[in-house]
Design a protein around this ligand. Sequence first.
Ligand code: SAH
Length: 395
Amino acid sequence: MDERGCMLDVVLAPGRDRSVRRRHPWLLSGAVAHVSGDPAPGDWVRVVSAEGEALGFGHFAPASQIRVRLLAFGKEPPGDACLADRIAVASARRAADPLLAGTDAVRLANAEGDGLPGLVVDRYADALVVRCSGAGMSARAPLVTQALREATGARSGFRRDDAAAARRDGFEPVQQVLWGPTPPRPLVVRERGRRYEIDLEHGQKTGFYLDQRDARDLVQRLAPGRRVLDLFSYTGGFAVAAALGGASSVTLVDSSASALATARRNFAANAIAIEPRLVEGDGFQFVRRDDAGYDLLVLDPPPLARRKSDVARASRAHKDLLLHALRRAMPGAFILAFSCSHAIDATLFRQIAFGACLDAGRDAQVIATLSAPSDHPVSIDHPEGTYLSGLVLRV
Ligand code: SAH
């Protein structure tokens, strides 16, 4: 807005209107010819073609490569009210989604996937974690908070921003209780008969990998009688599922001592009789050096390709991981291999797996492909929202 409260324009360079006309929610800095006035981070701006046609409206980020996060297309400014409406819709969709039955840990708002760029909200039992990665959402935090309280009735809310994204988008990351009592410690969620302890304040992401829920179900069903390796285990999401499913042994490997300590408590909370083997260390090294045999292996490394230029190196790392995992895999073993980088898509990931099997001299069947579940929707306009690719191999 300028000093009279008028919305400022972001004017596109000639011929750079294609992505906005195709409803892509990111306007990249290279497409911008000039900006009328000096909008603050998070201000509403109107996006205008070089010929002066209004194409859409979004939140401005003066220093980010994503200069405008678009929330509406066409000539009508949506106004702040659209945020509350979309939060209500996103929440109602989760409540009505049969694929999300049986759990009290759900992603309520998935950024662009729910028409809410710059905002992720996860629900853990009676507490919400609000994660802003866009200046526009940060600037409207009170409105977002109010809308979330009304839509969900959650007892407490905790804000925990993505610090790197905040730096890029030009706002101060916030970590604070938004409303209600401080969530209980430990906070335990129940997911389809499994119990997991969540650390809202210090855990990775917002505390848990909600995106692997359906893969945990699958591991539980594949586990009976199997020796299981959960590589990059975090707090043991997969290992607990495998043990509850009847695994004969479980080995967890992670570089985070605190994640493994939580994993140990998760085994106790689920009254699991077998003693897990917990290994604190480098997962890439472990799988090279270990000489045990396994019948079910889960390979879920952190994102290895944050940008396109990382793809070649990341592909080698994924291939290496799978190659060594194949050497540890007993005949008839199942391997669940994941990539969580958008830059490595499902097709490339399958080629990587093919290369690893060739090098290992192992024949393998693809028996399923996996992706993030329905509480992580991807807008059809925004393919960049896809990031999780999983393969289930039988060797
Ligand atoms: N499988 C987990 C999520 C894994 S996320 C789940 O479903 O909950 C990736 C994990 O890898 C994190 O827990 C992180 O601590 C761990 N990590 C990162 N680099 C690592 C490395 N080099 N060796 C072992 N663990 C690593």
